[in-house]
Design a protein around this ligand. Structure first.
Ligand code: THU
Length: 162
């Protein structure tokens, strides 16, 4: 018998940084700042990411493009890999993302690409706790409680165990 199954995903929407808890507002402001330092001569699209660690450390990163296009890296992975490389034992608790096109800060919050979602998932699995995602946009700020709400059907490390 065929069964129709439904999956519920959710996120919160805030109208601006003023409405966010202080730690998240600070993280968004770091992401905005570092988006301005992106190396993106090919797309002209600037993305900033700020990672909050459990000990309060904030690590930032932005997109790094390359004339050989696939060799570039997104802001999210630049920041997460730096955090995990330098603080391998400190859990990542939150990640803020802010992007700007030639027209300025994007209206609709940018969502991490598929590869970045997979890396965020690995970070959650590695530390055994969700990474809160805070996505900045002029229309509002979206907050996801963890990667499962953005990538509900995912390949998880546990799958390797069959
Ligand atoms: N990009 C990011 O850094 N993060 C995202 O979430 C989406 C896309 C970058 C990759 C590339 O340098 C540029 O934005 C255009 O895709």
């Amino acid at each position: 018998m065929m069964i129709l199954r439904e999956v519920k995903i959710q996120f919160r929407e805030y109208s601006g940084v003023e409405e966010l808890p202080e730690a998240w507002a600070g993280l968004v402001s770091e992401a905005r700042k570092v988006s301005g330092l992106a190396y993106s001569p090919y797309s002209g699209f600037r993305v900033g990411a700020a990672v909050l660690l459990a000990n309060g450390t904030v690590i930032t990163g932005n997109n790094q493009e390359n004339a050989a296009y696939p060799s570039g890296l997104c802001a999210e992975r630049t920041a997460i890999f730096y955090a995990n490389a330098n603080f391998p034992d400190i859990p990542v608790t939150a990640l803020a993302i802010s992007a700007a096109s030639a027209k300025g800060r994007v209206k609709e919050p940018v969502k991490p690409c598929g590869s970045c979602r997979q890396v965020i998932l690995e970070t959650e699995a590695r530390f055994g706790q969700p990474v809160i995602l805070i996505l900045d946009g002029r229309n509002g700020i979206q907050v996801f409680d963890g990667i499962d709400d953005l990538l509900p059907f995912s390949f998880k490390p546990v799958a390797l165990k069959g």
